[in-house]
Write a protein that binds this ligand. Structure first.
Ligand code: DP6
Length: 328
């Protein structure tokens, strides 16, 4: 084996403008709807993977703390696929650090599994393409497939049984100078992870089929708006996509309600900026209470200040279009 046994990689988080929610194949982790995201500069995960003969089992250290069984198992499953491809049988120590709150709907699994796939493959001596890395990251967490690439990235819906699905970049970070202003509403962990949330939605929500039917057209509107840099077209379709998936989740039993008072307050701020001040800014939310506001770079200042003043907002993070995964 020619491999150096250690490697480090950095990946950035991404926020979906057209949301993924629901799987067409749970075992292969294939999305039931196409999604389109923006990779974010500044919301990063750095991960080191060291394969070693001295380890009896895989170890995962997240933000300085030994991770629990579930998180370690999800990392081990990705490491198993890398070990099988590289034909090595060594356990790994994985050390990972985020520079933003973990597991609170700020897409830490996206940057986390993207960085892990890239670091593990390199540590095992595998010279995988970005497409191959994206496929492996997708099997662990579908949104992670998108974080392999920079800029504006699409992940098509998957056909059940077809394990080849990977994301692809549709426009580089330089294509469009937009900002995602994240209004952080809590630093804690979310109640229901997305994997469980979307499965419960599929099993129990009366609105699940309606969401699956509506999502592709919303995705197409977002994609064509991104290509023509049309903030109004992207923003309107983006808000519909997020509100439709949340409506689907809220209608599950028991309900999956990610919103907190701060969510509504920040949504109101975004609408006021649009209606009273004529600023084209639009909101999106994931599996947590935070509102993320999309606008063009010239409007960053007023959007950030208005969200920072909004009741319940702890702090804001401003991100511009970011690059894909890189090795350190
Ligand atoms: C609401 O990618 O975390 O952020 O594939 O089960 O790991 P798994 O789910 P995950 O879901 C992300 C859901 C979302 C929307 C999105 O990012 O598209």
């Amino acid at each position: 084996m020619k491999a150096a046994l250690a490697a480090r990689a950095r990946a950035r988080s991404n926020i979906a403008l057209a949301k993924y929610w629901g799987k067409s194949d749970v075992a292969l982790n294939l999305p039931a709807v196409p999604s389109l995201s923006l990779t974010l500069e500044g919301l990063t995960t750095e991960t080191e993977v060291v394969f070693s003969r001295d380890l009896g089992r895989d170890e995962l250290v997240l933000g300085g703390h030994l991770a629990g069984e579930n998180e370690t198992r999800r990392a081990s499953e990705l490491l198993d696929r890398v070990r099988a491809a590289a034909e090595i049988d060594l356990r790994a120590r994985v050390t990972s650090r985020n520079d933003f709150p973990t597991a609170s709907g700020l897409a830490s699994s996206a940057s986390g599994f993207a960085a892990l796939a890239a670091a593990a493959a390199a540590a095992a001596g595998l010279d995988w393409s970005a497409t191959r890395l994206s496929r492996e990251a997708r099997r662990s967490s579908a949104s992670a497939a998108r974080s392999i690439f920079g800029g504006f990235v699409e992940l098509p819906a998957g056909d059940p049984g077809d394990d080849r699905l990977a994301a692809r970049a549709i426009a580089a970070p330089e294509h469009w100078d937009v900002r995602m202003v994240v209004a952080v509403g809590s630093e804690g962990a979310k109640e229901i992870g997305s994997t469980e949330g979307m499965e419960r939605s599929r099993r129990t929500s009366a609105f699940y089929d309606a969401w699956i039917d509506a999502a592709p057209a919303l995705f197409r509107r977002v994609k064509s708006g991104v290509k023509s840099r049309d903030i109004v077209a992207v923003g309107e379709a983006m808000e519909q996509s997020t509100l439709a998936f949340h409506a689907c989740a809220i209608a599950a039993a028991p309900a999956i309600l990610y919103w907190a008072p701060v969510t509504l307050a920040a949504l109101r701020t975004v609408r006021d900026l649009r209606e009273r001040r004529g600023i084209p800014v639009y909101a999106t939310m994931d599996a947590g209470p935070h509102v993320k506001a999309l606008c063009e770079a010239e409007h960053e200042g007023p959007v950030r200040r208005a969200l920072a003043r909004t009741e319940g907002v702890l702090r804001t993070i401003v991100a511009s279009p970011g690059r894909g995964v890189e090795w350190l």
